[in-house]
Write a protein that binds this ligand. Structure first.
Ligand code: AMP
Length: 300
């Protein structure tokens, strides 16, 4: 089944205790699409500038990612995020954000994407998320991400998003900020009261918790010895999860639980190196072998 993602496609400059990478391929939609491509050929929507290299576009095509909805602004520059991780590898310190073409982006869903059955609204202005979601025909299964900035600055628009989506994915700190609840369990339940049937709260190296009407499901992270660059872990998690759902047609609680195991494995691949490089070293067979190893690690 078809899977659409809208979000950022970026240049990232990142520093971690393991090294530095300058102007490498990043962005929420990028990590999502790379991870989802283990299951389906996702449709990507976003915007880049004239400075975006052809080799990055080719990298998307090579993984069967449909980029016919990726606008290239010939006058503009690509969004650029600069960040650093030190000590707490779960939390990025943002050192700089140059919105560039992302600042004036008018997301318009191309006709060829309008029949998408699964939609992921990566971290973006909630108005953009609403516009995209409402432009897709039929009744797609929609999940959305957000971040602290939108929780503080656009609470009403974000409230509308939450009342219309099937699922929300967010970090523990964002869930606390949104609900004012210190307990993650209370926070998850409080997010559900705003509308979504499913809420997934990500806790970095401590895994993720799913909240649904039928109950709660907690999953640890994949046990990795070294995390080289956490950038994109959350988006890769969502990509693995939604890629699995779109490839199987599942939207049940059981399906989401299973999908979360694939999301966890996708996130563990993403953090093994800078940018999307680790995906190049992990073909589908290796990905599924790692998933088998993860299932063994959590079964008893
Ligand atoms: P994650 O680590 O999964 O939360 O996502 C990291 C990605 O988000 C990076 O590759 C950045 O390019 C992108 N990013 C960071 N800040 C923003 C922002 N304000 N808007 C859109 N994308 C962003």
């Amino acid at each position: 089944m078809s899977l659409l993602v809208v979000g950022s496609v970026a240049f990232d400059s990142v520093e971690t205790p393991f090294g530095k990478a300058d102007r490498v391929l990043g962005g929420s939609a990028t990590f999502f699409a790379y991870a989802a491509s283990y299951f389906v050929g996702p449709r990507l929507m976003g915007i880049v500038g004239a400075d975006f290299p052809e080799k990055f576009l080719q990298g998307f095509r090579d993984r069967d990612i449909d980029i016919s909805g990726l606008q290239v602004d010939p006058e503009g520059k690509t969004f650029h995020w600069t960040g650093r991780y030190e000590g707490d590898m779960n939390e990025a310190q943002t050192l700089g954000v140059s919105l560039n073409v992302l600042g004036d982006y008018e997301a318009s869903v191309p006709d060829s994407y309008k029949d998408s059955e699964y939609v992921f609204l990566a971290n973006d202005h909630p108005r953009t998320q609403l516009q995209v979601m409402r432009s897709v025909s039929g009744k797609p299964f929609v999940m959305a991400d957000t971040r602290d900035f939108w929780i503080s600055e656009e609470p009403d628009a974000l409230g509308e998003v939450m009342s219309e989506v099937d699922g929300m994915v967010m970090n523990d700190s964002e869930a606390r900020l949104l609900t004012g609840e210190e307990s993650i369990i209370r926070a998850g339940k409080a997010v559900m009261e705003r509308g979504p049937r499913y809420v997934i709260i990500k806790k970095g190296e401590h895994g993720a918790i799913l909240f649904g009407n039928e109950g709660i499901f907690a999953l640890p992270a994949y046990p990795l010895e070294e995390v080289h660059d956490p950038t994109g872990a959350g988006d890769s998690f969502a990509g693995g999860l939604m890629g699995y759902l779109a490839s199987t047609g599942k939207t049940s609680l059981q399906g989401i639980m299973r999908g979360m195991t694939y999301g966890t494995v996708a996130a563990s691949v993403a953090v093994e190196g800078f940018s999307v490089d680790p995906f190049a070293h992990c073909d589908k067979d290796r990905f599924h072998e790692r998933h088998d190893a993860f299932i063994r690690a959590i079964s008893f």
